[in-house]
Write a protein that binds this ligand. Structure first.
Ligand SMILES: C[S@@+](CC[C@H](N)C(=O)[O-])C[C@H]1O[C@@H](n2cnc3c(N)ncnc32)[C@H](O)[C@@H]1O
Length: 221
């Protein structure tokens, strides 16, 4: 199997070790954060996986104040062994409880897999001090899509209505909301019907073209 054909989880682990090129979405995220970052700002990454966003963020500041939250114990144990110096904690994006808000909150490629985004956005808003950066699928209409996985489980692959989604962020007190395309630069080869692949700069899953968007929601200073 060529390196490009390794599965998403393998790619995440290789990236965490910087043995995989920086993914397109993290190049975009890094550039966005670079413009707003000031030394000392705290960054909270929810749905952090094995912490593979961190090498991108350390290009901005090698001492960046980063912590991660994920629901999966196996992801967390991988994250802790890769980055023993970083605080990782088990948590659910829909119930993050009360905590000191972080200056920058990241929640990438997670909301589409939930049964709706409302509770998650409410919880994310509570922990976001100034900037909330999301990557999920937004389209002119809402599609709640339940997909079957190769391992026999069902999971959500939702596309949310962009106007309603951004309206919810506004209701939660974010005064500036920017939605930008989040296309691919690097091709993903077709493997099988269970994996994503690319068509031009679009990612495809099964028969669906994925309308990835980066959403940057900000509160007033
Ligand atoms: C598709 S991965 C995305 C990982 C990373 N954010 C990225 O952009 O590459 C989704 C991650 O969210 C985690 N996750 C799924 N449901 C969650 C939940 N309810 N709360 C927190 N994390 C969750 C999964 O364990 C997984 O690590």
């Amino acid at each position: 199997m060529s390196p490009l054909q390794t599965r998403l989880k393998d790619r995440m682990e290789l990236r965490a070790r910087e043995e995989w090129p920086e993914m397109d979405q993290f190049v975009q995220l890094r550039k966005r954060i670079q413009d707003l970052y000031r030394p000392g700002m705290s960054v909270l990454d929810i749905g952090c996986g094995c912490g593979h966003t961190l090498p991108s963020l350390r290009k901005i500041d090698p001492d960046i104040d980063y912590r991660g939250i994920d629901l999966s114990d196996s992801m967390l144990s991988e994250a802790r062994s890769l980055f023993p110096e970083v605080p990782f904690e088990r948590g659910n994006v829909e119930d993050l409880g009360e905590r000191e808000p972080s200056d920058i909150v990241i929640c990438y490629m997670l909301l589409l897999h939930l049964d709706g985004y409302e509770r998650a956005l409410e919880s994310l808003a509570r922990v976001s001090g100034r900037h909330l950066l999301l990557r999920t699928l937004l389209s002119p209409e809402e599609y709640r899509i339940k997909r079957f996985r190769k391992d026999g489980a069902w999971f959500w692959y939702n596309m949310y209505d962009e106007e309603r989604f951004t309206g919810k962020l506004r209701d939660l007190g974010f005064s500036r909301i920017e939605v930008v395309e989040s296309p691919l630069q690097n091709p993903i080869p077709y493997q099988d019907e269970w994996s994503t692949w690319s068509l031009g700069d679009r990612q495809v899953f099964g028969q669906m073209i994925l309308p990835w968007k980066m959403i940057h929601a900000q509160r007033d200073a």
